[in-house]
Write a protein that binds this ligand. Sequence first.
Ligand code: NAP
Length: 256
Amino acid sequence: MKLNGKIVFITGASAGIGAATAMAFAAEGARLLLSARRAGKLAEVASKALARGAEAVHSIDLDVRSRHAVQRAIDELPPEWAEIEVLVNNAGLSRGMEKLYTGRIEDWEEMIDTNIKGMLYVARAVVPGMVVRRRGHVVNLGSMAGEIVYPNGAVYCGTKAAARAINDGLREDLLGTPVRVTSVDPGLVETDFSLVRFHGDAGRAAKVYKGITPLTGDDVADVILWAVTRPAHVNIARVSLTSVHQANTLLIHRDQ
Ligand code: NAP
């Protein structure tokens, strides 16, 4: 599938995997619809994407936890931006790393509202248009955490297990249409993810990647681009990827 001139909507495009995905699609000449809450960071990504080759960029200041804001953002798109071809449902986060029975309930709410409900709201707003137009591809950011739960991460892992079920259910419900659904499920990727998880504690975040060569946002973006550019009849259901330092969520090799 050729991407030049196609509209690609990426949520959580202000940083990490979303920003890297914006660059990968920009290099293919796509038209990028980028959303996140931090408008300043999003503007930086937008100008880099234009320099990288994006045909055009339209940015939306959007918190995916607000179902009304999500629906309004899609309903009010300028007509030349309305025909979304690819949705990268990426906005997400982890908060805290504690035993379930001592965890902060505010952290749970934020993860559930963003990773599960936000993902659902965006799909609910965008996919009907894809079905009517009989074209489209939804790429959901799952995680290896959705396959194997790790200690002190039950709620984040639970949100990604839910993302996995939602991804599979959406593919089942779209059977009979040409709309494709893919889950991209990485292991450790060095982004702002751990900094956000530990509420800005940079020292604790750095330890997550100590002694390993983690995946980068670009590595994940590369897989997303690969899944989207397969021939139109090929649906990549799920891709799991890790760095060579990681076998699964529980087994990580750290160099001394
Ligand atoms: P990141 O660098 O922290 O980026 C997260 C992005 O999500 C940011 O652009 C952030 O933008 C956006 N976001 C968070 N909450 C949002 C909200 N309520 N509304 C709108 N946007 C929101 O982390 P990342 O590693 O790129 O994570 C991207 C996705 O990959 C997440 O779904 C994550 O669960 C998944 N993932 C990450 C890893 C990893 O190791 N890094 C592994 C597996 C899966 P604003 O703050 O500007 O809104």
